[in-house]
Design a protein around this ligand. Structure first.
Ligand code: DMJ
Length: 544
């Protein structure tokens, strides 16, 4: 289709000339649908083309604001609050380092590490997720510790099944951000090496990737890792489908992989995946959460701006912003998706709270997940470019949704919000099921506070953020780190014994930024990926 070709041309323009051949050819995906193509845009002409080198200095000069701000004229209370959040980060890091360095997460009650099965044998999720937060908070010694671990112990030569989405947002996002902030080559080379390992997931008839990828070395002759480079759909996803929030959350990182390597293959894969959705007919303009990577058709009509859908919408508007407002296809997709969401999903409760319901084949489920609370910030971020007559409307909608999410915190005994809250049978913004009462240190509510603060400077957002800091200290801080809790509606909650890596990547970073001047990771220069890793806006096409 014409639009796809145009988009690929834009992506290639942003990505620069092809420079090297990535591995990933000749692997067969499960089901033997087709042979993979060599993972490169065009053959390398080694004789005539100089090796690609990303011009880091030029990129730094293109930034409009000092990355860590100017620190001028702030009031002592704001500074003290920011320092408190910095202390929390140091505490979270120090305990992870002491008890779990090299594992994926810290178990703060049992004082050991957790590996889990999301990252296909990769280790150190907390290290990579924490790098940029440590850097921004000027925790220099701790940043050096994390960097040393990446240099000496971060092993990419692993063989296991990983979530494409999680590896992308946490590892690739974390490494890219660390590179852009510091210029240290090790972060760039690890990001590129890992990115290449993800490419076979895209070898499907539609180019829409599957959710699970084996990260083993792609050597077809090996008897020891016969599944290397193969990809699968999640066993729990309907009929072998791929998930909207997973295949729709690659674009930002993959564009930067192309930017840094000079190889357009990453941008092409992610663009095909995002743009494939343009063509598919959407029920009432809404994007269902499950799609077959084989046929390109929706598999089930469940629509949610929370889990399974969330960051797909986020990446549409952020693709537009990261392209310095050139990626008009992504912007159009975002505008029409938001219009459909507002028309069919946005509701007002009897008590006057605005919320975004879920949609199951035309029937509304009056529930909002904690994950959906990022949408206040997203809608505010997109409002600026919505046109004069829509701008205030979207700012109001963003403020209302953020207020509802704040209510879900304010109505609990701990002042932390539940995993999901409902608006039915007389309930407003509270969990009704036992299984939805937990809080696992998630960031989405403070993420929206941070954006709302930056875009309105209404002091209530700082006040709300400070309430969260106090609640985290009171209910989640334990002797050896921070832990999620099982029930936000009791003041003596039990702990889940898990310090999630996104607590360091996102929750503490957004809280810290809430109490920083706007220059620190300015929204003019940076776009946060869905794990809060800052990726630069492409102001000047800053390749070599
Ligand atoms: C994070 O890993 C990311 O924000 C993701 O997009 C959604 N869930 C978690 C945090 O809740």
């Amino acid at each position: 289709p014409r639009r796809l070709r145009e988009k690929l041309r834009t992506a290639a323009r942003m990505a620069g000339p092809p420079a090297h051949t990535a591995p990933g050819s000749r692997q067969q995906v499960q089901g033997g649908e087709r042979r993979a193509q060599p993972a490169t845009g065009a053959p390398l002409d080694r004789e005539t083309r100089a090796p690609f080198r990303f011009d880091y200095e030029r990129f730094r000069r293109s930034l409009r604001h000092p990355v860590r701000g100017r620190r001028t004229g702030e009031d002592p209370e704001t500074r003290a609050r920011r320092m408190k959040i910095k202390e929390m980060m140091k505490f979270a890091w120090d305990n992870y380092k002491q008890y779990a360095l090299g594992k994926n997460e810290l178990r703060p009650l049992t004082k050991n590490g957790h590996i889990g099965n999301m990252f296909g044998g990769l280790r150190g999720a907390t290290v990579v997720d924490a790098l940029d937060t440590l850097y921004i908070m000027e925790l220099e010694e701790e940043f050096q510790e994390a960097k040393k671990w990446v240099e000496n112990s971060f092993d990419l030569n692993v063989n296991g099944e990983a979530s494409l989405f999680e590896v992308n947002i946490r590892y690739i996002g974390g490494l890219l951000a660390a590179y852009y902030l510091t210029g240290e080559e090790v972060f760039k080379s690890k990001a590129l090496e890992l990115g290449e390992k993800l490419l076979p997931a895209f070898n499907t008839p539609t180019g829409i990737p599957r959710g699970v990828i084996n990260l083993g070395r792609q050597d077809t002759r090996s008897l020891f890792s016969p599944c290397s480079g193969m990809s699968w759909s999640w066993g729990w996803a309907s009929a072998g489908s791929s998930i909207l929030a997973e295949f729709g959350t690659l674009h930002l990182e993959f564009l930067h992989l192309s930017e840094l390597s000079g190889n357009p293959v990453f941008a092409e894969k992610a663009s095909t995946s995002q743009l494939g959705l343009c063509r598919v007919e959407k029920p009432q303009g809404l994007y269902p959460n499950f799609l077959s990577p084989v046929t390109g058709n929706w598999v089930q009509h469940h629509v949610s701006i929370g889990g399974l859908g969330d960051s797909f919408y986020e990446y549409l508007i952020k693709s537009w912003l990261m392209s310095d407002k050139r990626d008009s296809e992504a912007k159009k997709m975002y505008d029409s998706a938001l219009e459909a969401i507002e028309k069919h999903l946005v509701q007002k409760s009897a008590g006057g709270l605005t919320y975004i319901a879920e949609w199951r084949g035309g029937v509304l489920d009056h529930k909002m997940g904690h994950l959906a609370c990022f949408s206040g910030g997203m809608i505010a971020l997109g409002a600026e470019d919505a046109g004069e007559e829509r701008k205030q409307h979207y700012m109001d909608l963003a403020a209302e949704i953020t207020n509802t999410c704040h209510e879900s915190y304010a109505r609990s005994d701990t002042k932390l919000g539940p995993e999901a809250f409902r608006f039915d049978a007389g309930t407003e913004a509270m969990a009704t099921r036992l299984s939805e009462r937990y809080y696992i240190l998630r960031p989405e509510v403070v993420e929206s506070y941070m954006y709302m603060w930056r875009l309105t400077h209404d002091p209530k957002y700082r006040q709300w953020g400070w309430e969260v800091v106090k609640a985290l200290e009171k209910h989640c801080r334990v002797e050896a780190g921070f832990s999620g809790i099982r029930d936000v509606y009791t003041t003596t909650p039990t702990h889940d014994n898990m310090q999630q890596s996104f607590f360091l990547a996102e929750t503490l970073k957004y809280l810290y930024l809430l109490f920083c001047e706007d220059d620190v990771l300015s929204l003019d220069d940076w776009v946060f990926n869905t794990e809060a890793h800052p990726l630069p806006v492409n102001h000047t096409n800053f390749k070599a």
